[in-house]
Design a protein around this ligand. Sequence first.
Ligand SMILES: [Zn+2]
Length: 569
Amino acid sequence: MRGQMFPSNFGELLEACISFCRESEKRMKSERVQENRAKLSSFVEAFHKQCGTLTPSVQERIEDLKNEDCIVLMTAHQPNFFAYSGVLRKATLNFVLAERLHKEFNVPVVNFFGIADQDFTDDRWVRSCELPAVQRSGGILSLNVKVPEKMMLNRVSKPSSDHLKSWRTEIEKWIDDASGSLRRSCNAFGFSEKFAILYSKLRENFGLFWNIVEDSYEHAEKYSDFNAFVMSKIINSAWGYDTLFTRFSECQQIFVDEFGYLLSRFDDYSLLLKEARELPGTEDLAGGVSDQEPWLAPFWYHCDCGGKFKLFVQEKDGSLFGTGNCVRCGEYIELGFGAKKSPDISGIASKISARAIPMSLVFFNGLVPSCYVGGIGGFKYLLQAQHIANRLEIPFPPLTFWRPHDRYLGLEQAIAVLEQKRICADLNVQSLSEARNCLESRISEIQKKLGALEESRKKMIEELKNDPNNNSLKEEIKRISISHTQWVRSSNLSVVTQQLKTLENVNTVLKLVPCIIDYAVNVGLKEASDQWIRYLIENGNLSLDFTINSVLDEIGANLGLSPSIWEQL
Ligand SMILES: [Zn+2]
């Protein structure tokens, strides 16, 4: 799908963006877009001031937004809880792209990162994050936050400082548990000193990350800001990018004209939404236009309760209205949007936010960005939005996404491979899949034998009911029960079952796409960004998984943990 619909490597993406910039120059320089960008700059500045990331380069880019030659690149995401790398590397891709476009055109290029903080609290990744953990049930340690349902994220207060402390304790325990395991292996091979150096590096890396977390916590009042500030501090401070952040909840009021345009073309817009549902090639993708969408206003209206009104568009005597209920408290509302031919929503602009499909339509129409880096989950929406944009003469930039699985040797990945090696050696097999097959067939053999014993015991108990004084039958039942217990013991069923569980956890750990904490500790924040940038410049394939270096590489080599461990998965 990738090759046909969007660029599959960095070079192609760059070419597509260059063409788009050339074709769209007039639109970018239009008075309306220039005004929107200037308005956006004030919201950007407010965000970075509050976050504490108004760095000199951020300040320069804010000024650049008011330059009529400026090229804008865009991405957006919800303020995830300790986001995973897929969220943060969107900024890396735009950062590298911006440098190249600046070289090509010699004009200012701005990376814009929208924080979708008016989205509902229901998404899994704004409530939890995951770390690999071989010894824990399921192979995963997850940190969780309790937030009310169906609320806008920016209406939820930040968690208490006790939560912050408990996360820190959990993460430190996670590092220490895993370090304990690895230390034993290192001691056995005579690498105690090397391990001591490694351990202090891991703790130092965690310390740097936790400073960011505590600083973000202090600057934030709302939960969404806490998460967004962590993202901005990683990207702007630790990585030194000039990415500009804004809260969607604040900046969408800029787009009064763009929302008005969609309302003025509502009949076409509605029809195109119906068509978009049947778009060929998107059948297997998740998400996309809902059944009600063609009848809904392109925006939510914010309720005082923290929820949002879903508005159905109606027409009466040449005027448009939106009517509907708040999805949280159920209250009913009726809002006038003005004359059908020239709707005006300026009176309610500060209390609206775009629905999923029109989000890209108003941003692309209003700011004319030259690239949009999306996420996997939102891709169907973007393809459907593209269909609508093309027919409503709304500019639509080249789209891409970049979500490989980084392969690196972190603490848990190292323990996973050591566990796998230990079990394989025990079973005298070579690979994870062989070991799994071997254990599964042993378990099924044992269970078959135990099942047969249980079956004959049941049968004799039935017989005993008809012949209660049959002593030899009683003896036989006793003998079978003893034999059952002996079998469980001698077959090592509990050990074999535990080994299989461990192997499943090994598989989970090596396949997991963990949250940024795993990178911060094992790779280092800055080092992760540097390696991604280098990959984009030297390789640039946006679909391939690739290996990055971690602080464990040297010890890993000493322990015989080859980088090819992932290939057998
Ligand atoms: Zn409400």
